[in-house]
Design a protein around this ligand. Structure first.
Ligand code: ADP
Ligand code: MG
Length: 239
């Protein structure tokens, strides 16, 4: 499946355009990724046969520790596109989760945050990665207890995370892998001030990945402000 194609041919076939310095070739199989055996086992037991185009393209870039802005529609496998490199990042620089998360994923809604958490729990289980979800419309108590217990990955809506930050009940000083999922939707929902406050608490020596379905100037602006020399990946409609 595409294994003999050069990077350019692979990208052409999948309607992918990539802009950036020295973009690595896409991975044509899960084995080519160098993911840990625990992760490969989870991926195979999920019945997946090959990376989706966005995964094939963005994994090698993300594994180099580089920033990514990906413009792609829903259903293309973006969640594992950022979660698995996040797991690998955690493997390389494991910190004490009681001092705060290492990986932070911002998501526009409770529903999406919950779906991301489910994916993280499923694929991170055998790697013993701990994660939790913070969202509004639910009591803070149990969420605060999860933070105190210590988690490697926090998936949060900007509103609730900002509330908890203002209560000084979470530290983001250890975050070194930051994901903004559905950035355009978060901006449409008016979360830009909360996002900017949250990112101010994250050290600037971090890897930042941003996903968006559309590319209007508001999204371009926040990408320019929060990402450092990102590789831009555009995925067309072919999957
Ligand atoms: P997006 O965030 O781009 O909308 P998701 O990450 O939610 O897409 O993925 C959509 C579905 O595809 C999920 O059910 C996910 O488990 C599944 N999926 C992810 N990667 C693969 C893959 N490599 N092969 C088959 N299915 C996959
Ligand atoms: Mg998604």
């Amino acid at each position: 499946e595409g294994s003999n194609l050069s990077g350019d041919a692979y990208r052409h076939q999948h309607e992918i355009t990539v802009t950036g310095d020295e973009v690595p070739s896409p991975f044509s199989s899960f084995e080519a990724t160098g993911f840990s055996s625990e992760i490969l086992r989870e991926v195979h037991s999920a019945g997946f046969s090959a990376p989706t185009p966005i995964q094939a393209q963005s994994w090698p870039i993300a594994l180099q520790g580089r920033d990514i802005v990906a413009i792609a529609k829903t259903g293309s496998g973006k969640t594992l596109g950022y979660l698995i490199p996040g797991f690998m990042h955690l493997k390389q620089c494991r910190k004490d989760p009681r001092m705060g998360p290492t990986v932070l994923v911002l998501s526009p809604t409770r529903e999406l945050a919950t779906q991301i958490l489910d994916e993280a729990l499923k694929f991170g289980k055998s790697s013993r990665i701990s994660c939790t979800c913070l969202y509004g419309g639910a009591p803070k108590g149990p969420q605060l207890r999860e933070i105190e217990r210590g988690v490697d990955i926090v998936v949060a809506t900007p509103g609730r995370l900002n509330d908890i930050l203002e209560m000084s009940r979470i530290s983001l000083r250890q975050v070194s892998y930051l994901v903004l999922d559905e950035a355009d939707r978060m901006l449409d929902m008016g979360f830009e001030p909360q996002i900017r406050k949250i990112v101010k608490e994250v050290p600037s020596c971090r890897q930042t990945l941003m996903y968006t379905a559309t590319w209007p100037k508001e999204v371009r602006k926040i990408a320019a402000d929060l990402l450092g020399n990102p590789v831009q990946v555009n995925i067309g409609n072919i999957n």
